[in-house]
Design a protein around this ligand. Structure first.
Ligand code: ADP
Ligand code: MG
Length: 143
């Protein structure tokens, strides 16, 4: 477990994971982002996506389920399943092709759909640090 002292550190940790995934998985990996609301999952995803060359904003696709990014360093699919109510919603966005294809697939709230998703290559867990409101505890596990 690593302590991220502020938001900038979380963004940097996301970018660092992106580079590790290029080296380790040739840029194709299924990544689960775990943690409560406000833990920093979207912030971490933003670090990875901007680290791949995206210069605009990154917001959680809570209503659209998926936001794809085709970037200089590779393709990133950013999912947020917080509001999913039916597995068909995943079918509609072409989940099977995305899972089978290349690119980094980031899932916020994968717990909402574990029956429909394969096991992840990597899990990233974030939690608010109990001593400092702007610090986060980060645990990355390669599975
Ligand atoms: P989640 O996607 O897990 O719900 P977000 O990344 O959307 O979380 O939000 C995290 C919130 O916590 C943001 O408002 C952010 O500014 C704030 N924050 C404070 N410190 C940190 C930190 N170290 N890492 C990430 N976010 C932080
Ligand atoms: Mg989020």
């Amino acid at each position: 477990m690593k302590v991220l002292q502020d938001e900038t550190a979380t963004v940097a940790a996301g970018a660092a994971l992106g580079q590790a995934l290029i080296e380790r998985y040739d840029g194709s990996a299924l990544v689960f982002l775990l943690g409560n609301l406000g833990a920093g999952k979207t912030t971490f995803a933003r670090g990875l996506i901007q680290g791949f060359g995206h210069s605009g904003a990154v917001k959680s696709p809570t209503y659209t389920l998926l936001e794809p990014y085709e970037l200089e360093q590779g393709v990133v699919y950013h999912f947020d399943l917080y509001r999913i109510s039916d597995p068909q919603e995943l079918e509609f966005v072409g989940i099977d092709e995305i899972i089978d294809g290349s690119g980094i697939k980031l899932f916020e709230w994968p717990e909402r759909a574990t029956d429909w998703l394969p096991d992840p290559d990597v899990t990233v867990e974030l939690e608010v640090n109990e001593y400092a409101p702007n610090a986060r505890n980060l645990t990355i596990v390669y599975r």
